[in-house]
Design a protein around this ligand. Structure first.
Ligand SMILES: NC(=O)C1=CN([C@@H]2O[C@H](COP(=O)(O)OP(=O)(O)OC[C@H]3O[C@@H](n4cnc5c(N)ncnc54)[C@H](O)[C@@H]3O)[C@@H](O)[C@H]2O)[C@@H](O)CC1
Ligand SMILES: Nc1ncnc2c1ncn2[C@@H]1O[C@H](COP(=O)(O)OP(=O)(O)O)[C@@H](O)[C@H]1O
Ligand SMILES: [K+]
Length: 532
């Protein structure tokens, strides 16, 4: 697993590492520039003319080190200096002096352009664009001169490399600077990040703009050994594959878990049908679906392998609800927000509390949870909110309303807050509800209140209804098959994302949840072959 640190922590790690090694921070700048130069050469060996744009801080210093290596290797270099080099102080100044001191081949091109010159010059002779404008030191919206040069650089149809982080991305949140509603950010094909990954590099717009993310530790092999707590950890499917419950050749459907999906109120059948299909296709031995009777025929026609039972009112639930035969319950997709749904919510949650069956709560299940925020959830519940649902859950007042009646949440934080504080929100929700929280979005954050993991990434095709229902079905299915809820949440989130990527192929739009469910089935079976 890969630790993700705040910018403050990274700065402390750098300082402590330098102290421990008895080196200057300037040495780290040297290593940063040298390693970025090598990565750029590896990625784009044909590049003979390097355009390097520098800002005003240490990120600019890194860029000047890259420039020196490029010149020493015999390449042409054009520097775009937003701040004049004569005004540099400290390590960037040293990098500038060292660059000046090297001997160049007389045929080599070495130009330095200020902002105005750069905007007036045809820069298309460059083969590679290097962003050394701003790194982790950016604060607030980008100044105009940075916006102007970024627009120019982004227009160049040349490979683009960002040093440490693309200019305009905030390293703690992964959000980016905007101006007049437009993102003002360097659009990198690759980013060489230094020392350790920053939390924001797994979240939000960073996922869209950083391209391939390459970590160069600069010798800091054990970032965890400097007393700085990571904010979260990143991991990938490879690291999670062992969490897939094993399956034997001999046995029966009763050994492979019985998952129950509850939802699909009147007119709202699709969501629970998708969730139940996902549970079945990802390997649950049996799947039952409780759905409004008006939707039952639809469920049967889409997936007759699922044992659909229709309800008409909440009183049917008292009759239906013998939960002991299920190993996991997914509750909420399409449940509805009427009084029947409310009563079903209370009945089912009350019944589940008396069992040790883990419950995955999603969609309208979360809506009702926010109204009955003090209702004790079954042990090991998993909540799967998107940003809007997270707001509602966060804002719901903590008081004993279970006995006194429901409350109307009073909104105070909004989705912008959730997006900016994804790790903290997932941790807070997990603590508040004593559950595992899967905060969905670009970079899904999973927390049990203490640890936080960031999984999956961003893909435009995933912004489509029904994918959340599929995820609920997948988590429920893995729990039913024997995974611990925490492991099931991690595995399902990553499989769901990887499946969406492979199903989408080159498509950015029009990918359906049903296709992703098929993709999940394929991926689960590929993993099965690896572990069995
Ligand atoms: N500290 C270290 O030991 C190392 C730092 N390194 C590099 O140093 C970078 C961080 O350096 P700094 O902290 O100097 O920060 P930056 O180089 O990212 O930027 C700081 C400068 O940007 C200006 N600035 C801030 N917000 C701005 C905005 N919105 N619009 C325009 N200008 C803005 C500041 O006034 C300051 O001059 C890292 O990203 C990394 O590239 C590397 O050299 C590795 C070692
Ligand atoms: N831009 C995106 N990049 C990556 N994943 C995304 C993106 N947008 C949504 N997702 C994922 O798609 C799913 C959508 O869930 P949700 O919003 O609950 O949709 P629905 O309720 O319609 O099924 C979640 O797993 C979420 O993480
Ligand atoms: K940068």
């Amino acid at each position: 697993m890969q630790p993700l640190f705040s910018v403050d922590s990274i700065k402390k790690i750098e300082r402590n590492f330098a102290k421990q090694e008895g080196i200057e921070l300037y040495e780290l700048m040297q290593r940063a520039g040298a390693s970025a130069f090598e990565q750029a050469r590896r990625l784009w060996p044909q590049a003979g003319h390097w355009l390097i744009a520098t800002g005003a801080g240490n990120n600019a210093g890194d860029g000047l080190v890259v420039a020196r290596h490029a010149l020493l290797a015999g390449f042409d270099v054009t520097l775009v200096a937003i701040k004049p080099y004569r005004e540099f102080r400290g390590d960037p100044e040293k990098a500038w002096q060292e660059l000046l001191s090297i001997k160049k081949d007389s045929h080599q091109r070495f130009d330095i352009l200020g902002l105005e010159q750069a905007l007036d010059t045809d820069l298309s002779s460059a083969d590679l664009v290097v962003d050394a404008l701003l790194g982790t030191g950016v604060k607030g919206a980008l100044k105009d001169e940075y916006c102007q040069i970024l627009e120019r650089l982004n227009q160049l149809s040349r490979p683009k490399l960002a040093l440490d982080i693309p200019t305009g991305i905030y390293a703690d949140s992964g959000l980016c600077s905007t101006k007049n509603g437009k993102d003002t950010v360097f659009q990198a094909d690759a980013t060489v990040s230094f020392v350790a990954l920053k939390t924001g590099q797994r979240l939000n717009q960073a996922l869209q703009y950083q391209g391939e993310l390459i970590l160069e530790t600069l010798g800091v092999r054990h970032a965890l050994s400097f007393g700085e707590e990571p904010e979260a950890y990143g991991c990938n499917l490879q690291q999670l594959k062992e969490k897939l419950p094993t399956r034997h050749d001999v046995g029966s459907k009763f050994d492979c878990g019985h998952a129950l999906l509850i939802g699909g109120g009147a007119h709202l059948g699709g969501a629970v049908i998708l969730a139940a299909s996902a549970a079945l296709k990802s390997g649950a031995g049996m799947v039952s679906g409780w759905i409004h009777h008006s939707q039952q025929a639809a469920g049967l026609s889409v997936c007759p392998e699922i044992m659909w039972r229709g309800y008409n009112s909440h009183s049917d639930f008292q009759e239906l609800a013998d939960l002991s035969r299920y190993q996991a319950v997914g509750f909420g997709p399409g449940l509805g927000r009427d009084s029947t749904a409310e009563q079903i919510f209370l009945d089912v949650i009350t019944k589940l509390q008396a069992t040790d069956i883990p419950c995955v709560l999603d969609a309208d299940g979360l809506y009702w949870l926010a109204k009955y925020t003090s209702v004790p959830l079954p042990v090991q519940s998993v909540l799967t909110p998107h940003a809007g649902e997270a707001c509602r859950l966060l804002n719901a007042q903590e008081e004993d309303v279970f006995s006194t009646g429901r409350i109307e949440p009073q909104l105070s934080v909004d989705t912008a807050y959730v997006t900016q504080n994804r790790i903290k929100v997932a941790q807070t929700l997990a603590k508040k509800y004593s559950a595992i929280c899967v905060l969905k979005g670009a970079g899904t954050v999973i927390s049990d209140g203490e640890q936080a993991l960031v999984l999956a990434g961003a893909h435009p095709a995933m912004m489509t209804a029904g994918l959340g229902d599929a995820l609920t079905g997948l988590i429920t299915s893995f729990i039913a098959q024997g995974a611990k809820p925490w492991d099931a949440a991690l595995l399902a989130t990553e499989i769901h994302y990887e499946a969406a990527l492979s199903v989408a192929a080159n498509r950015r739009r029009g990918v359906t949840a049903s296709e992703v469910i098929e993709g999940c089935s394929i991926l689960v079976n590929q993993l099965d072959q690896v572990i069995n």
